[in-house]
Design a protein around this ligand. Structure first.
Ligand code: HEM
Length: 193
């Protein structure tokens, strides 16, 4: 497992503060992390929690409980976890590419990569413990000259996707609120108060 670090973005409402993933440790514990994601302290190899086939280790049972609570209560889990987000992003880009208001932005984009980045970004933003490893939203959309109507069209496609997948309206509203927090960065404008 390669070393990585959590991307600091204001969008990440649930922060697990991963400080290190380590091959050596993984050999000993099967866990992806060498430091407790809650405190940054050394892990107790006996103290682990498996989520979506990944083992996370903690310094104490208290931290394990807190982490487990956060992950299982997250919007990400309420939506159905990895399978649900992956399916939603795939359908979302089908809609985006059929939408003349915005599809021209993606003419030169490697869409396989884009699906993967978006899956990772949205998952992390909605509370998955797997960190997003991509460009931050401001840098990622710089020089595209994006306008409010483009952002709104993309958001509309996401909302239509979630409705088509029969996600509960109250969950859709929460997802859209999270996505709205990216608006100033995506549009490369000063942060609104
Ligand atoms: C609504 C909120 C949005 C989110 C959460 C979002 C998310 C992302 C992410 C995660 C990436 C990948 C960054 C990387 O390469 O590491 C990306 C790239 C991109 N986004 Fe967005 N995006 C949003 C809005 C928009 C809008 C409004 C447009 C245009 C209408 C847009 C067009 C693009 C394009 C064209 C790329 C790919 C650039 C390339 O080819 O590398 N995005 N976006």
């Amino acid at each position: 497992m390669k070393k990585t670090s959590a991307l600091l973005t204001p969008l990440i409402l649930v922060s697990f503060a991963f400080t290190g993933f380590a091959a050596d440790d993984e050999k000993k514990t099967g866990a992806v992390n060498e430091k407790c994601p809650m405190t940054g302290k050394a892990i107790n190899p006996e103290c682990t929690f498996d989520f979506e086939e990944v083992t996370y280790a903690f310094c104490s049972g208290k931290c394990r409980g807190e982490f487990k609570g956060k992950v299982t209560d997250s919007l990400y889990s309420q939506l159905g976890g990895k399978a649900a987000i992956d399916a939603a992003v795939d359908l979302f880009y089908t809609k985006v590419l059929a939408d003349k208001r915005v599809n021209f932005f993606f003419e030169d984009t490697n869409m396989k990569r884009q699906h993967n980045k978006q899956k990772q970004f949205l998952s992390a933003a909605l509370g998955s413990p797997v960190p997003y490893e991509g460009m931050d939203m401001r840098k990622g959309h710089a020089n595209m000259d994006l306008k409010e109507e483009h952002f709104n069209a993309i958001a509309e496609n996401l909302q239509a996707t979630l409705e088509e997948l029969k996600i509960k309206p109250e969950l859709i509203a929460k997802v859209m609120a999270v996505v709205a927090t990216t608006k100033d960065d995506v549009l490369n404008r000063p942060k609104s108060k």
